[in-house]
Design a protein around this ligand. Sequence first.
Ligand SMILES: Cc1ncc(COP(=O)(O)O)c(C=O)c1O
Length: 405
Amino acid sequence: MMSRRALFTSGLAAASLHAARRTYTWAEIDRILARGDVKGKLSKDDLPTPALILELDAFEANVKKMAEYVKSRGRALRPHAKTHKCPEIANYLIRAGASGACAAKISEAEALAAGGVTGLLITTATIGKNKIERAVALTRKRPETILSVDNAQNVRDLNEAAGAAKVKFNVAIDLHVGNRTGILPLAPAVSLGEVIQGMPNLKLAGLQAYAGHASHTIGFENRRRVSQEAMAPAVETRRMLEQKGIASPLLSAGSTGTYNIDTAIDGITELQPGSFIFMDVDYNRIGGQSGDVYGDFQNSLFVVTTVVSKPKDEMAIVDGGLKAFSTDKPFPPQWRSGSDLPYAFAGDEHGRLTLNEGKRVSVGDRLEFIIPHCDPSVNLYDRLYAVRGGHVEAVWRIAARGMSQ
Ligand SMILES: Cc1ncc(COP(=O)(O)O)c(C=O)c1O
């Protein structure tokens, strides 16, 4: 009798012989993965759609460019993992020279740590008993972890929990330099630094300052002005702390849009960009130093869809809709091969393409799209297919998908 494995293998061989575009189910892909190295065994066309794919050549070039640039400016790089939520990617970045990874929340940090990621900086304050207990457990496992704080009561809670558990928390003061979290810079932040200094179970790692409004400011000169204005109080806060004898070795800041602005600001020690590894329609639009398109980093992340219906000559429906792409931006996904194939959301599961004379597509065609906004789109998928030259080289689990606690 044929073993189950042999039966399966012969089944796959038959499938690939008889139907080039059969596409595998997830279970079949998992069985291919379970047999070891996926290289050469899966092509992009085998993937069930909608599928999230990462073009490795572009991804690797983006990582190399950012790592080399930041290093050449004498700064450290701790990319934000909120973008990819994937330990394999965080570890790749660390191998490329990153000092660790930022995580948005404790649950994201836990998933990264479980995947072997070191040097975590959690950029949102850890509030509440349950999350503080989890921070204790994480710190036991990874003592170098840094927690952001922006509130004196939270600082006292962390100190008490650390004392009871006999651990020491590293903390960074989160500065309000944008539209989100953080304590006001200058005097309020310095007072919090003094509170931390008096806590036996806390160690001040430094400051973190994220200015989201600067990162997407359109036009390079505008962006430079907005970022410099946002960062000036952060740099001054660091100086004021040090003047009081409170060491603040870290000032972690910056983003994909401001990497070449913030690395020129004295006092910023570390960059925490996220989107540069993937890019998206949103970032393409911010404009670069030499034009309207921000071309410093390449688009490496795409959603592959299939044309599943053609109700009329001038209309085609693909199988990727509101559940396949982020919807927080006022613009739709963009066809990878050009912008002359307008996409409109057509409900949860579908997208509608308006065809013109020059562009005809058929049912069964596979079309790839650049995502409007990478972070929330990645969070819609369980797995990322890393491809090169049309072949899948690896399948990575988006292990922190849904980990927004
Ligand atoms: C705290 C923090 N740091 C860094 C980033 C990375 O920004 P970007 O993806 O624009 O590079 C983000 C993104 O939202 C963030 O929230």
